[in-house]
Design a binder for this molecule. Structure first.
Ligand code: HEM
Length: 163
């Protein structure tokens, strides 16, 4: 495997193959709360960026649900991070924020969608990733839509399957 590019060492705590445990929890004021399974693969190829794929599924039937993939970049020598993400719901977005220790906080800076994307339309996405004291990865996502102001959508904790 290639050596970790030193530029991304502040994000090295995110590397690994992670699986939700317990199941992720989804909610939003306009929908019925739900549980989901999720696998996050966060890797690197020696370049100054992380590569990720995050795939969720129905925990009972295994049916594939939301998916996203992209890159996480850092402005070298700073704690400024960009999260570049394509989603299967027809949305692409760039979030930016800061890494502080083993916590990454992000807010969407630009977001666009295909012309025939389902409504309501997401207008803003805020996420947080952190590593817990037990070495688990945690992700929380809030969003605002065309019909609802910013509110929690997702919360999930992952166990590391492999580095
Ligand atoms: C609903 C966006 C991630 C599962 C929704 C809605 C939007 C949305 C706009 C419609 C809300 C409404 O009707 O008022 C997003 C965005 C995501 C994301 C932007 C990522 C940043 C996920 C993930 C799952 C998920 C990871 C896991 C399975 C659902 C479900 C619903 C929903 C089950 C309700 C049923 C439906 O309308 O399809 N999401 N979502 N979402 N989302 Fe997400």
């Amino acid at each position: 495997a290639p050596l970790l590019n030193p530029a991304i060492s502040p994000l090295a705590w995110m590397l690994g193959t992670w699986v939700s445990e317990p199941a992720g929890k989804g909610e939003f004021p306009t929908i019925t709360p739900f549980n989901y399974k999720e696998e996050a693969v966060i890797s690197h190829a020696g370049q100054p960026m992380l590569n990720f794929t995050i795939c969720s599924s129905n925990p009972d039937t295994g049916k594939a649900l939301h998916r996203e993939c992209g890159f996480i970049r850092i402005n070298p020598g700073t704690n400024q991070v960009a999260f570049i993400c394509a989603q299967n719901i027809g949305v692409v977005e760039i979030e930016e924020g800061e890494v502080e220790g083993e916590q990454l906080t992000l807010t969407s800076r630009s977001l666009s969608r295909m012309s025939f994307a389902k409504e309501p339309h997401v207008q803003q996405i805020c996420r947080k990733f952190c590593l817990t004291a037990e070495g688990k990865l945690e992700q929380t996502v809030s969003m605002a839509t065309s019909t609802q102001s910013l509110a929690p959508h997702l919360h999930v904790t992952y166990r590391k399957l492999s580095s």
